[in-house]
Design a protein around this ligand. Structure first.
Ligand SMILES: [Fe+2]
Ligand SMILES: [Fe+2]
Length: 375
């Protein structure tokens, strides 16, 4: 491998992943216009946690009962772990495989935003507790969180193993005997589904619990505002992972085979996430519930959001699903005043559905008409 691709293939002829190094970083004409538009949105949404005043949260927190304190802090601890993984892994495992400048930019921006999220938790906890170490030092002692970290990391670790093997072969320091690019792509596919479930299900369950304090009790406003900014970013990441999955199917015949071979496994991956999230809800509400948010409602929300996310990437949820969002007030926190993203999402959804429903040509033509770029 080389840090810059010197072959003569135009960058618009490359697949988004597994198609050589991206070459010159240019954005004048791109292959994946939708990804480049997401880059514009992500770059324009830069924010710093310190811009949000959390000083009032300390008094609010002191007034919570013990069960509510447990819910609030446990939820934050879990998000700290989720974003610690996400803050470094896209750069580590997806970036070396990106083959176009716009995808390279998207993965880099994605990881950077996760880093901002990690920094924001320190800001939130400093605003709530005199000694933030009380939270940070003991996170991994909570079995439910340690198990979660293991489950999320295993797909990244597996992909990383293939990445290292492939790079060692490219550098001439390993023989190619045990390496299979097809298996490498399968590891990528699994990791991208796992991260889609993380970005689209696990994070949103945490968000709902965080916003509940402000929505129901009118407390912890600084925290709720920060989580709203984090969610704005996660919306982008969710759409990015959905776009990558559908784009790979369009571009690379290997992924068409992999999709069929792994469909059952990927469905199970999501159902395992659902079970784990429900297990987490049990832990969260073990000392008591909050008005309007309890174990049962949280489980309904998990069913509802998992079914929505699975449908967007062509999977079917195999359990009962509520007909509407059981925490309907989360909608305004998720969309809120971020109309720019909401519009972008609406457009992306239609493209994605076009691909999933088999009318990829139509979706592609729409994009080509709009942007005049190659797909
Ligand atoms: Fe994040
Ligand atoms: Fe994310």
């Amino acid at each position: 491998m080389s840090l810059i691709n010197k072959d003569n293939r135009h960058h618009t002829e490359r697949f988004c992943f597994f198609d050589g190094e991206p070459g010159i970083q240019r954005y004048d004409i791109v292959r994946h216009a939708q990804v480049e538009r997401m880059n514009g949105v992500m770059l324009s949404q830069f924010w710093r946690p310190e811009e949000v005043d959390v000083t009032k949260d300390k008094g609010d927190f002191a007034g919570l009962n013990e069960a509510e304190k447990h819910i609030f802090l446990s939820n934050l601890k879990r998000q700290i772990v989720l974003d610690s993984v996400q803050g470094r892994e896209p750069l580590n495992v997806f970036l070396p495989l990106a083959s176009t400048p716009e995808m390279e930019c998207a993965v880099t921006e994605w990881s950077f935003q996760e880093l901002i999220h990690s920094r924001s938790y320190t800001h939130i906890i400093r605003g709530v507790l005199n000694d933030p170490s009380e939270v940070f030092d003991h996170i991994m002692e909570i079995e439910e969180i340690a198990d979660l970290a293991t489950d999320i990391s295993k797909y990244y670790d597996d992909l990383n193993r293939f990445n290292v093997m492939s790079q060692a072969i490219d550098l001439g320091i390993a023989a190619s005997g045990d390496y299979s690019e097809y298996e490498h792509k399968k590891a990528f596919w699994r990791a991208m589904f796992a991260v889609n479930a993380l970005e689209g299900v696990r994070f949103y369950v945490s968000f709902a619990c965080s916003w509940a304090f402000m929505e129901i009790k009118k407390k912890m406003e600084g925290n709720a505002k920060i989580i709203k900014l984090i969610c704005r970013d996660e919306n982008n990441h969710l759409k990015l992972t959905q776009t990558i999955l559908t784009r790979l199917l369009k571009e690379d015949p290997d992924f068409v085979r992999i999709e069929v071979e792994c469909r059952e496994e990927m469905t199970q991956l999501f159902m395992d996430v659902v079970e784990q999230e429900k297990g987490w809800a049990e832990y969260l509400f073990k000392d008591g519930s909050m008005l309007g948010l309890n174990y049962s409602v949280c489980c309904d929300y998990i069913d509802w959001i998992a079914s929505k996310r699975m449908g967007a990437i062509g999977l079917t949820y195999s359990a009962n699903v509520p007909t509407k969002n059981p925490l309907s007030w989360t909608d305004h926190w998720i969309a809120g005043d971020i109309k720019q993203t909401a519009l972008q999402e609406a457009e992306n959804d239609s493209y994605l559905l076009g691909v999933v429903n088999g009318s990829a040509e139509e979706a592609r033509e729409n994009l080509n008409d709009e942007f005049g770029v190659l797909f």
